[in-house]
Design a protein around this ligand. Sequence first.
Ligand SMILES: Cc1ncc(C[n+]2csc(CCOP(=O)(O)OP(=O)(O)O)c2C)c(N)n1
Ligand SMILES: [Mg+2]
Length: 535
Amino acid sequence: MNAAPWTVGRYIVETLAANGIDTVFGIPGLHNIELYRGLELARVRHVLVRHEQNAAFAADGYARATGHPAAAFVISGPGVSNALTALAQAWSDSVPVLLIASAPVRASLGRGWGVLHELPDQRSLVAGVTGFSASARGDSDVREYLRGAFAALRAPRPRPAYLDVPLDLLGEPTALRPEVLARAPQPIAPPRAASDAARAVLSDAARPLVIAGGGARAAGAVLRPVVEALDAYLVTTVAGKGIVAESHPACLGASLPYPLTQERVAAADVVLAVGTELSETDIYTTTRLPMKGRLLRIDVDPGKLTDHYAADVTLHADAELALHALAQGLRPRSGWRSAAGDAAAHRAGIEAQLDGNARAALAAVRALRASLPADGVIFSDMTQIAYLGNFAFAAERPGVWFHPSGYGALGYALPAAIGACLAQPQRAILALAGDFGAQFTLQELMTAVELDVTLPIVVWNNGALGQIRDDMCAAGIAPIGVVARNPDFGALANACGAVAARVNNSDALETAVRAALVRPGPTLIEVDAPRFRAA
Ligand SMILES: Cc1ncc(C[n+]2csc(CCOP(=O)(O)OP(=O)(O)O)c2C)c(N)n1
Ligand SMILES: [Mg+2]
């Protein structure tokens, strides 16, 4: 181990490295340079982004792609407040992002001296969107708080975590040495009585339907036989996309916002909801799913088991273990799905109800699907093409379609995709954003160029804040503030050193994405949405 002196800053970075963090996204400032001394000594990779929000978005993308915690370093004050939106996004989608910030010197804290980057109470800013947040005052605090942070990051329902360390403490010597702080906890096993009760309800079901969310992401191999034995239908949320291959005859896909699926949920006499919040953002076109049957819920988060969906049976348990317990002795039968027909017809029914614009967009989603390998990944933004893709992008496995579902923060796609590219450079990764949302974080194009990451960035350019315009029109409100002058995206990309393309049909889109995937560096592919057609 390096003979350089051990400071608290070095201890922090070495501890992150000892706990599996090999990359940190950040922006240094005078306040946190002692963390950078640690980065050098621990040989942890640092990725310089162009805004702290994007440091945390990139860490989010890194964490979603790998399933492991990822970290960002920011300075006191504006570094923290800039990162807040991305932390909130990670909170609402249960993503393990660790934010480490500096704080002003200890003597000044809480005194309002007006020192550089001062906040009245820095920690309280992030406390509401983290599973753990703390402000250290001594090196033993740092150790204890890092332990708390990793426990939150690796909790059954992961949450972001936050630690701030005063700049004078970061540079102090310490006798602490890195250690493995918190291993993933044992998955929670379901109580026997509850599993038996749930199995009994399922065994009696005439029209069973399963709704699986992000909490069941790792449980596909046990979920599929349960769905098959019950002859049930399966619906996923967006976070649960691909848990079971969407081509499976039981899988209605991530289609909860569509009336045909809501009707089917209402027709079910038993709904088994596993690892899902059943939140508004899972359902979208309504705030509460119309359910008439009995409800069974499996969740690691006890709060979800007592929410506004009153369940007949609740299993506080890990999804995989709970489904495994339910599968024991579940007699295969033929019933609802055999009688009502395979999911393909249902999905085709949803597509048949799409309007003309959405059908053109569907051709674009299909072109994206065709241009990516089966394990290719899309990071999408808050744009109309992504709302369609949430359902229509065919996922044959989990972890290939990521969307800022819960918090819905514009600008997510590009920095998150960059984070994923760094985590998994061998994988095909694509960012998909709208023309307005892309501009929230477009400066990260420079980061992508600098890092030379292979990354198609598809900008769905409809020349408007399209969804908001449509919502205003539908509500009888004059469309104010929904058209923004766009830059010349191609020229802008070129100015950043990126390659650019412009397409208006599905063949050209597919060709452009394929070319971008074999080229070092990012390619901005602008799609002329109003003129887009299948070809
Ligand atoms: C940070 C943030 N601010 C505002 C919004 C509200 N919002 C949602 S979509 C949208 C317009 C996005 O326009 P564009 O990216 O062009 O997508 P389109 O709907 O046109 O496909 C806005 C302003 C948001 N989701 N996030
Ligand atoms: Mg738009």
